[in-house]
Design a protein around this ligand. Sequence first.
Ligand code: GDP
Length: 295
Amino acid sequence: MIFESLSDKLQSTMSMLRGKGKLSEKDIDAAMREVKLALLEADVNFKVVKDFIKTVKERSLGSEVMDSLTPGQQVIKIVNEELTALMGTGEAKIDYSKKPTIIMMCGLQGAGKTTTSAKLANLMKKNGKRPLLVACDVYRPAAIKQLQVVGESVDVPVFTMGDKISPVDIAKASVEHAKKNGNDVVLIDTAGRLHIDENLMEELIAIDSALSPSEILLVLDAMTGQDAVNVAESFDQRLKLTGVVLTKLDGDARGGAALSIRAVTNVPIKFTAMGEKLDQIEVFHPDRMASRILG
Ligand code: GDP
């Protein structure tokens, strides 16, 4: 499970702090060295780790800790707060103000985009929405069929026009279809590529300009670690992402991506997915994740 090793290491450092009556600067330095190593081993971006340690140390040497009767507890509280801040500011909500709400799903092939589109549709349906899934991957032979299969499993309609029409035209037609049929959310499953390439970006930019979606969500595989952070940076430079969905948290990823994406790109993680079943998706709460890591 993600963060297992990071969590173990941080928890043992935290329990060392908790046991101390008074803390010296040396104690804090020693603890911060352990925290730094644990974060680097979890594959968190180097600069993110450096800034994190600096902030925690500065705060820990301040009066809120030094004058406290339970300095160890105070440092733990600071680590918790700063871990939370690293991952975001509260729950990053979906903007449903436009009707229909158009959500463009993008990402590299294999990240879990199609599965995640169906998971999101499923979650939204449970919350009383009437989503429509749209098959805009006209390149990968089995992509349309795959979306139809997962759409059927979650009982959400799938809009397709086959693979002979341009994705921009399919996307435009899907919005008209949604308006006629009372669908209040349109989830567009765009094509993935093995690598970021210019054609992929141009197609996504064309759909973005034609539809002005409320959300552009990038689906990222947590197992790919720092590559996921780089992919997020590249997509965000061209598309102005509104959020990230981090998938495969059930794998043995070390968690660095989850802890770095927001800090590096300023794009919030909005959902996390963990498994192949179509109900395995959750709204992302930075504070809950931080508490989970620290135990
Ligand atoms: P796409 O190419 O980005 O559309 O990716 P797919 O949706 O086809 O997913 C690629 C593979 O990853 C499939 O075998 C999915 O079942 C699997 N997958 C997707 N999300 C998750 C997840 O959260 N956890 C795990 N373990 N597998 C996932």
